[in-house]
Design a protein around this ligand. Structure first.
Ligand SMILES: *Cc1c(COP(=O)(O)O)cnc(C)c1O
Ligand code: SF4
Length: 342
C-alpha cells in the first residue's frame, strides 16, 4: 500500500514536472501568432526579428484582452521596431552589473547579500528588462563557474543572504535548484535564500510539490515575484501563491513603473490591493533602468512624484511600495522621496 502511494506520488510529480517545462517550451514566439490569438490586425510597428525575441507563455496571453492593441500585458512583451533606436543615456549595462562581478555570474553589489545569475533563461521576455543585454552565456552560475562562486561566498562570511536570480532561477529544474540551495545552506554563514522570479506568475504550474518541499525545508525562504499590472493576477496565480505561503515562503513583489502600462493612480492602487489579497506585499516600485531599447517606457519625473503622493494618500503605509531607482556604484537602491528635507 505504502509503495503504491509512493509510486503514485512520484508519477504525479513527474507529470507536473513535464507539464511546466512543456508549457514553457510551448510559449508563443511569433508576433503574427500572438496578434492573431488576440484578434488584432497585423502591427506594422512590430519587430518580427528582434535579437531579444518575443516569448510569452500561453496562459499569460489568455489574461490579455482581445482586440485591444494597448493591453497592458501585451505592451510588456510585444517587440517593436522603435527598440532599435538609440537614445543618449540608454546603455547596455544600465545598473553597472558587470563592474561588481567578482566571479562569472556572481554579483556582489551590496553589503550582506550577493546575487547569483543562475541561468539566462526566462519564461517570458519583458521588453524593458534591464538585463536584456547581459552576457549570460559567459556569466552564469552554471557549469564550471559554480565552484568559484561558492568559494568567493565562503571567503566573504559577511554575506548572509543569497539571491537566486537570472534570467529566472525557476527556469532551472527542481533538481538543479536543490543542488544549488544545498551547497549554499551547508555554509553556516547563510541565513536566508531569496528567489527573484517571474515564473510562478507567468506559469503558475511551476509551483510543483517538489519545489514546495524544497522551499519549506529552508529556515527562511523569501520570494520576490515580479508583477506590474493587476491583470497579471488570476485564479491560477492565486492558487500558486497560496501554496507558497503554506510552505512558509515570505512573498514580496517588485514592479517597474512603465509608461502606458501602469503609470496611473488607479492601476497602482488596484495592484497593491490585489497583491495583498494574494498574500504578497509590495516591495519595490522601480523607475525604469535606462537600458538600450526600453526608452519608450520611461515615465516623466513630474508624473512620478504625483503618482507617489497619490499612493501615499490613498493606501495604508504597508501597501505603498518603496519607489526606487538603481544608480550604478551606490550602496543600495536609491529612494525617490517627496521629503521636505533637501
Ligand atoms: C537589487 C539587488 C540586490 C537586492 O537589493 P535589496 O535592496 O536587498 O532588495 C542585490 N544584489 C544586486 C546585484 C541587486 O541588483
Ligand atoms: S522575467 Fe525578469 S529577467 Fe526575465 S526578461 Fe522579464 S524582467 Fe528580464
Amino acid at each position: 500500500m505504502i509503495m503504491i502511494t509512493n509510486i503514485q506520488q512520484r508519477i504525479k510529480s513527474k507529470t507536473q514536472l513535464v507539464s511546466w517545462q512543456s508549457i514553457m517550451a510551448d510559449a508563443v514566439t511569433r508576433v503574427d501568432e500572438l496578434l492573431s490569438i488576440l484578434q488584432l490586425p497585423p502591427e506594422p510597428r512590430a519587430n518580427q526579428n528582434s535579437g531579444f525575441s518575443l516569448r510569452v507563455p500561453r496562459g499569460f496571453v489568455s489574461r490579455m484582452q482581445l482586440n485591444e492593441p494597448n493591453d497592458p500585458l501585451l505592451l510588456q512583451v510585444l517587440p517593436l521596431e522603435r527598440e532599435n533606436q538609440n537614445t543618449a543615456g540608454y546603455v547596455f549595462d544600465p545598473v553597472g552589473d558587470l563592474k561588481v562581478m567578482p566571479e562569472p555570474g556572481l554579483l556582489h553589489k551590496y553589503q550582506g547579500r550577493a546575487l547569483l545569475v543562475t541561468t539566462g533563461a526566462c519564461a517570458i521576455h519583458c521588453r524593458y528588462c534591464f538585463r536584456r543585454h547581459f552576457p549570460y552565456s559567459e556569466a552564469n552560475t552554471g557549469k564550471g563557474n559554480w565552484e568559484q562562486s561558492l568559494a568567493y561566498i565562503k571567503k566573504n562570511p559577511g554575506i548572509t543572504e543569497i539571491i537566486l536570480s537570472g534570467g529566472d532561477p525557476l527556469a532551472l529544474s527542481d533538481q538543479r535548484l536543490a543542488t544549488i540551495i544545498k551547497s549554499l545552506t551547508a555554509l553556516s554563514q547563510i541565513q536566508r535564500i531569496r528567489l527573484h522570479t517571474r515564473l510562478p506568475v507567468v506559469i503558475p504550474e511551476r509551483v510543483t510539490p517538489t519545489l514546495l518541499q524544497l522551499l519549506s525545508n529552508l529556515p527562511q525562504a523569501v520570494m520576490v515575484v515580479h508583477i506590474n499590472h493587476p491583470n497579471e493576477l488570476d485564479e491560477s496565480v492565486y492558487t500558486a501563491m497560496h501554496e507558497l505561503r503554506k510552505a512558509g515562503v515570505t512573498l514580496f513583489n517588485q514592479a517597474v513603473l512603465l509608461r502606458g502600462i501602469n503609470d496611473n493612480e488607479n492601476t497602482l492602487i488596484e495592484l497593491s490591493e490585489k497583491l495583498f489579497r494574494n498574500g504578497i506585499l509590495p516591495y519595490y516600485l522601480h523607475l525604469l533602468d535606462p537600458v538600450q531599447g526600453a526608452q519608450h517606457f520611461a515615465v516623466d519625473p513630474s508624473r512620478v512624484q504625483i503618482l507617489q503622493t497619490h499612493l501615499m494618500e490613498h493606501l495604508p503605509g504597508y501597501l505603498v511600495p518603496k519607489l526606487v531607482r538603481e544608480i550604478a556604484g551606490e550602496a543600495s537602491k536609491t529612494p525617490i522621496t517627496n521629503s521636505i528635507y533637501p
